[in-house]
Write a protein that binds this ligand. Structure first.
Ligand code: SAH
Length: 217
């Protein structure tokens, strides 16, 4: 086994399973995706540490456990069509693509769109599509979505995302001030269209910037 494969195995055991995530679909998805391929060359040795890491454009690749927690909360299942707002390096989208039928990732930073596409193509993840734009508007062309995840913290849940959720769909996103601890929120759209909201606890994410998010400084 390569050094990275060993580090990946121990990351899954110590950071994800040890914190109570046991769904074999989620653990297997993490086993399949080489996180070292989603960070800058100089960060490869740190790829399996229990923390977010810097990527291009001043953004971050989320901590593996937080990605796992969001996938579990969003109840991503085989057959699902998933929207990720803030696809960044493409790592979380790649992990979700090992479970879901299709993943659409939206990213507003042009450079990140290009590098994520290139990586996902090289690794052969052909059920992930990365599009460029403001994810607070969702992506109506491929709606409705069984699950929507946002990897950046918003001021509120954007209305277009609720509109683009399927009946029975789940949305998971951090809500709160950029410099502060935010609340990870789960919203379920019931089959009668009503919404149920749950607070999953404190998290820290980069800001969601857009029409229905924070303003750029
Ligand atoms: N899931 C990513 C984490 C990226 S960090 C990964 O696995 O690497 C969050 C990303 O959200 C950043 O890249 C940021 O540019 C992006 N972002 C912020 N606001 C956005 C918006 N309105 N639409 C699309 N992307 C946005």
């Amino acid at each position: 086994m390569s050094d990275f494969a060993k580090l990946r195995k121990s990351m899954i055991r110590c950071q994800i399973e040890a914190r109570g995530i046991s769904d074999p679909l989620i653990l297997n998805a993490f086993r399949e995706v080489p996180r070292e391929a989603f960070v800058d060359e100089g960060q490869r040795q740190s790829a399996y540490q229990d923390q977010p890491l810097p990527i291009e454009a001043g953004q971050t690749i989320s901590q593996p456990y937080i990605v796992a927690l969001m996938i579990e909360a969003a109840e991503i299942s085989p057959g699902d069509v998933v929207l990720e707002v803030g696809s960044g390096s493409g790592y979380a989208a790649a992990v979700m693509s090992r479970i879901a039928r299709a993943v659409i990732g939206i990213e507003r930073q042009h450079d990140l769109v290009g590098s994520a596409r290139e990586r996902l193509h090289r690794l052969g993840y052909d059920n992930v599509m990365i599009v460029e734009g403001d994810g607070t508007r969702g992506w109506p062309e491929h709606a409705p979505f069984d699950a929507i995840l946002a990897a950046a913290a918003g001021s509120h849940v954007p209305t277009p995302l609720i509109d683009q959720l399927s009946p029975g769909g789940r949305l998971v996103m951090p809500i709160g001030e950029p410099a502060d601890v935010q609340d990870l929120i789960k919203v379920v759209k019931r089959h009668d269209g009503s919404l149920v909201e749950e607070n999953l606890g404190g998290v820290r994410f980069v800001p969601l910037i857009g029409e229905e998010g924070w303003r750029e400084d």
